[in-house]
Every structure is written in C-alpha cells, then in structure tokens.
Design a protein around this ligand. Structure first.
Ligand code: 5AD
Ligand code: SF4
Length: 374
C-alpha cells in the first residue's frame, strides 16, 4: 500500500505534510514515487491567493482518471482551502471521486477518516482544535528540521485569509518545544532547526505562564549541540529590540530575518491593518543593520491592494529601493472571500496589478545585479 502527498503553500503546510506522512506510515503505507502508483493521495491545500486555489482545483480534477483505473484509490483533501466550509462543499460536489474532505483542525484524526472510508464519503470541518502534541513527523526537508511553535494568527490583516482558516494564536508550551528540539539534536541528522509560526514574535503571549519569543530563542540556544536556528515569519509590529539583541548575540541563530512589509505607503498600511508605518518599518531595518551588519533581510509585498493609487505604489517601490533587501516576494493582491479588504471599494484591475508586480520584480533584479545579493 502506497501513499502520495501533494503539498501547496507555505512551510507550515510542508511541515504538516510531514505529519500526514507519519500518520500514513503508521498505518502501513509506504511512499510512492509517483501519484499513479499510490493507493492513497492526499492534497494538502493552500488558500492564500486565488491562484493557489485554482491550481488545486485543476489538479484534483486530474485525479479522476486515476480513480477510474483504481477504484480502491483513496483521495483526501485537507489544509487551508478545505477549512472554508463553502469551498469544501464545492469540492465535494465538483469531485464525486474524492473520499475525504477535512479542515485544518481535524488533521490529527486523519487516520480515523481513512478507517471510515469504506462507509462512504466524508466531509468534516472542525472550527477549532488544540495544538497537536503527538509530534510524529516523517521529516522530509533534508538537514533542516521544522519545529512548529504556535498556530493561528490574531492580526486580521484585512487582506488575509489565515486567521479564518487557522484560528486564533495558540502557542505550544516552551517545555514541549524544548523537548522536541532536544530529540532532534540527539538524532544528529539535522544541522538546521527552523521555528514556524504565522507570527513568531507574538509567541507565548497566550500561555498561562507567559514566555517571550526572545526567551524561547535564548533557551533553545542554551541547549547543547551543533545546530543553526532560524525562524519565520516575523511581524514588524511585534519584532522587539530584545529579539534583535538575541539574534545579534547568539552564534547559533542564523543572521536572517524575513520581515514582510506588504506596502511602503502609510494609508495602505493602515487599510491593511498592519499596525506600523513606513517610518517605523525603516527604523526597525536600521536597528537590525546597526546591531547585525551581516543580517540578510527579505520581505513580502502586495501590490494592487484596493484603492492603491500609482503614487501609493511608488511608495512601495521607493521603500524596496531604499532598503535594498536581499530578496523580496511580490504578490498581486487577491481578494479572499470573507476578508474585510475583499469588500472594499476600488478593487484594482488585473492589468495594473501585473504592471506593478513586474515593476517591483524588475527593481529587485536591478538591485541584485548591483549589489550581487542573493
Ligand atoms: N493577496 C495577495 N497576497 C497575499 N498574501 C497574503 N494574503 C494575500 C492576498 N490576499 C501574501 C502576503 C504574505 C504572504 C505569505 O502572502 O505578502 O506575507
Ligand atoms: Fe495573515 Fe497578517 Fe496573520 Fe500574516 S500576520 S498570517 S498576513 S493576518
């Protein structure tokens, strides 16, 4: 019996697919080299932009042929896209050959759904769930071990679907994280440990015994062993001086920060509900560069947010030019149903979004040529 997992989206999903692999291997499945050979196919989906969802729809559609050839093939859809009730219902309707559709919170119960497949098709979406501490992973990222430190997001940036599909912030207990990392170190297979969370800088605020992200970093670095530590993603509003100091002083921490700015214009930042200004962002960059001159800094930007004028886009352009990031990701704004921004007036045309994203990416290329960065 063989399994095949198709993963879309961010590192969080990559890591969750490591959990899926472990659940399947514990049930006796072994990894298939290609999906055509599999007895079970799991699609771990992403909902961050429409493009991601369209890809999933297309690729799930293609599985029909495989199900025709192998009637016993089990097809499971999970992840952020299927956490949205309407999308999950639509997928079940559109794809009569899909067996199981579950949301993000029910993933730990995947084994039970597979057991119940003989009884019929299943759709179940839990609205909430505790952090899963079963911690059984089939690590697949070479010498890097992902470690989840929290789930969810409380920020509600107005464009973002994440808080709706991953729920409110919940941090894992520091002790549990440290124990997991000790085990990873003891295995001697991993040179790098990457902490994962939607907003790692607010780690620990929700714990009964609060713990700061800076303390967590220090306590991890105090563990004996030869490893490099990194983390993602940071939110500029929560990146404290203390965290910058810890990155500067701890040899084990990689000198790298991914710090999404999203826009360089204050009106747009406010409409995005980002809770910082261009000036504040630039101050943080300055602090990082002063304290950690060798630090690589990367960022994310969204162009074509509702109402973004040419001048406001120019502010983003000038921010990218000014900061000279080591690299950037530039995305065209994609309206997500249910978010505040999707209902805003003055949605920008695809044509203008394309134009702006290309301008930003061309600038990035120029900067890289000049600085030899990347
Ligand atoms: N449209 C376009 N890009 C988005 N991102 C998040 N939501 C959207 C959206 N609705 C981008 C942000 C974030 C990255 C992971 O994806 O830049 O930092
Ligand atoms: Fe989305 Fe904003 Fe949370 Fe990031 S911080 S996951 S962009 S709501």
């Amino acid at each position: 019996m063989k399994y095949f997992i198709v993963t879309y989206g961010c590192q969080m999903n990559v890591h969750e697919s490591e959990k899926i692999a472990s659940i399947l291997e514990n049930k006796g499945y072994v990894l298939a080299e290609k999906r055509e050979e599999a007895d079970i196919i799991v699609f771990n989906t992403c909902a961050i932009r429409e493009g991601a969802e369209d890809r999933v729809f297309g690729n799930v559609g293609n599985l029909k042929k495989l199900k025709k050839k192998n009637k016993n093939l089990i097809i499971v859809l999970c992840g952020c896209m299927t956490q949205k009730e309407a999308t999950a219902q639509k997928m079940l309707r559109t794809f009569p050959f899909v067996d199981v559709v579950i949301g993000t919170f029910n993933l730990p119960k995947l084994g039970d759904y597979i057991d119940a497949v003989k009884k019929g098709r299943q759709l179940e979406i839990w609205q909430e769930g505790d952090i899963d501490e079963t911690l059984s992973y089939k690590r697949t990222s070479g010498d890097n071990a992902w470690v989840n430190i929290m789930q969810g997001c409380n920020n509600f940036c107005t464009y973002c679907i994440v808080p709706y599909v991953r729920g409110r912030e919940k941090s894992r207990k520091e002790e549990n994280i440290l124990n997991e990392i000790k085990e990873i170190i003891a295995q001697k297979k991993y040179k790098k440990i990457t902490l994962l969370g939607q907003n790692v800088n607010s780690y620990g605020k929700d714990l009964t015994v609060p713990c700061s992200f800076a303390k967590l970093l220090k306590d991890i670095c105090a563990l004996e062993g030869d490893f490099k530590l990194s983390f993602m993603t940071s939110h500029p509003k929560d990146l404290t001086d203390e965290v910058i100091d810890v990155i500067a002083s701890e040899d084990k921490i990689e000198k790298y920060i991914h710090l999404p700015a999203q826009s360089g214009n204050n009106r747009i930042l406010q409409k995005m509900n980002r809770n910082y200004t261009r000036e504040k962002y630039l101050t943080i960059i300055e602090k990082i560069r002063n304290k950690i001159p060798s630090c690589r800094i990367t960022s994310d930007f969204i162009v074509g947010f509702p109402g973004e004028t040419e001048q406001e886009f120019e502010d983003t352009y000038s921010l990218v030019k000014q900061v000279q990031f080591d690299s950037i990701f530039a995305f065209m704004y994609s309206p997500r149903e249910g978010t505040v921004a999707s209902k805003m007036e003055n949605q920008i045309s695809d044509e203008i979004k394309h134009e702006r994203v290309n301008k930003l990416l061309n600038l990035e290329k120029e900067i890289q040529k000049e600085t030899g960065k990347r």
